[in-house]
Ligand binder design. Structure first.
Ligand SMILES: [Zn+2]
Length: 282
C-alpha cells in the first residue's frame, strides 16, 4: 500500500509564503480581480496570535472599565451574538473601555472593545447589540486581517505574527485603539461596512433580538452628530452611519420572516446602564 506523504507543517508554511509573495506581486499588477483582493492567507491560529499581540499593546493605551457586572453583561450579550454568527468557532475576548466616546472596535482574532459611552448612548439592548453585532461582523468577515494584508503585504504580517517586529505591532496597535493618528487602519471599505451590517442583522435576528435597533441607532447618531458632534468623532471616522447604510439594513430586515418574539430590550440592560457614570456634557 502506498504511504501517504503529508507535507510537514514547515513545508506548508513555506509554500503558503511563496504563494503569498506571488499574490502580493499579482496584486500590484493592473486589472487584478476582486477575488484576489479578498484572498486571505492568514490562518485562524495566526490571526489569533496577531490579535493577542495587538490587544496587549492596545490595553497599555486604553483604560478598561472593570466593573464585573457591566463586563459580565457585555460579555454575555456579545457571546450570544457570537453563537449566532458565522464564525463561532474561535474564542472572542470582549472588554469594556472606560471612555465617554460612543464607539466600539474589533481587532483581528476576535478581540472586541465596547466603549462605556456606547452603552450609555444606546436607548435599548437592541441598539447596543446592533453595534456589537457589526463589530463581530468585522471579525466574521476577517476585515481586519484582510485590510492589514492589503496595506502591508503578507511578508510584513508574517513577521508580525512571528513577533519579529514588536515596534511595528505597537505602532499599529496605537492606530487600532484610535491613538497615534493611524485611525485610517480601521477605515474599512464601504463593502466591508455593509457586509458587517448584514452579518449583524442576522446575528441579532437569530439571537432573538430585534435588529431594527441598528437602524434606529444609526438615525439617532446622525441627528446627534448634527447637533453635538463631540464624542462621536471616532465612530464617524471608522464606521460612519449613513442614510445608505440605514436603507440597506432596513431592506435586509424586510426580507426576514416576521418574528413577533424578537426582544428589543431587557431589564438587565437598563440595570447595567444605571451603573455607568453620567455622560459629560460636551
Ligand atoms: Zn465597521
Amino acid at each position: 500500500m502506498p504511504s501517504h506523504h503529508r507535507p510537514s507543517a514547515a513545508r506548508v508554511r513555506a509554500m503558503r509564503r511563496a504563494i503569498g509573495i506571488a499574490l502580493v506581486v499579482a496584486l500590484t499588477l493592473p486589472g487584478c480581480g476582486k477575488a484576489l483582493r479578498n484572498f486571505n492567507l492568514i490562518s485562524d491560529q495566526e490571526e489569533s496570535q496577531l490579535g493577542q499581540q495587538f490587544s496587549r499593546e492596545i490595553e497599555q493605551e486604553i483604560k478598561l472599565w472593570r466593573n464585573p457586572e457591566v463586563v459580565d453583561y457585555i460579555d454575555d450579550l456579545g457571546q450570544r451574538l457570537v453563537q449566532h454568527s458565522q464564525r463561532s468557532d474561535i474564542p472572542y475576548h470582549i472588554k469594556v473601555v472606560d471612555t465617554d466616546e460612543v464607539n466600539a472596535f474589533a481587532i483581528p482574532g476576535g478581540y472586541l472593545y465596547v466603549n462605556r459611552g456606547l452603552i450609555s448612548a444606546a436607548e435599548n439592548e437592541s441598539e447596543l447589540a446592533g453595534v456589537m453585532g457589526h463589530e463581530i461582523g468585522h471579525v466574521v468577515g476577517r476585515h481586519g486581517s484582510k485590510q492589514l494584508s492589503k496595506q502591508y503585504g503578507l511578508q510584513i504580517i508574517t513577521s508580525l505574527i512571528l513577533g519579529e517586529n514588536p515596534g511595528f505591532v505597537r505602532q499599529l496597535a496605537g492606530g487600532f485603539a484610535g491613538f497615534g493618528g493611524q485611525v485610517g487602519l480601521l477605515r474599512y471599505s464601504r463593502e466591508a461596512e455593509t457586509e458587517a451590517d448584514l452579518y449583524s442583522v442576522h446575528e441579532l435576528y437569530d439571537a432573538g433580538i430585534d435588529p431594527q435597533g441598528m437602524a434606529t441607532f444609526f438615525e439617532k447618531l446622525l441627528a446627534l452628530h448634527d447637533t453635538e458632534p463631540g464624542g462621536l468623532e471616532k465612530l464617524f471616522s471608522t464606521h460612519p452611519p449613513t442614510r445608505e447604510r440605514i436603507a440597506i439594513v432596513r431592506a435586509e430586515i424586510a426580507k426576514l420572516p416576521p418574528k413577533a418574539y424578537a426582544a428589543k430590550d431587557s431589564d438587565r440592560f437598563h440595570a447595567i446602564q444605571r451603573k455607568l457614570p453620567a455622560m459629560k456634557k460636551k
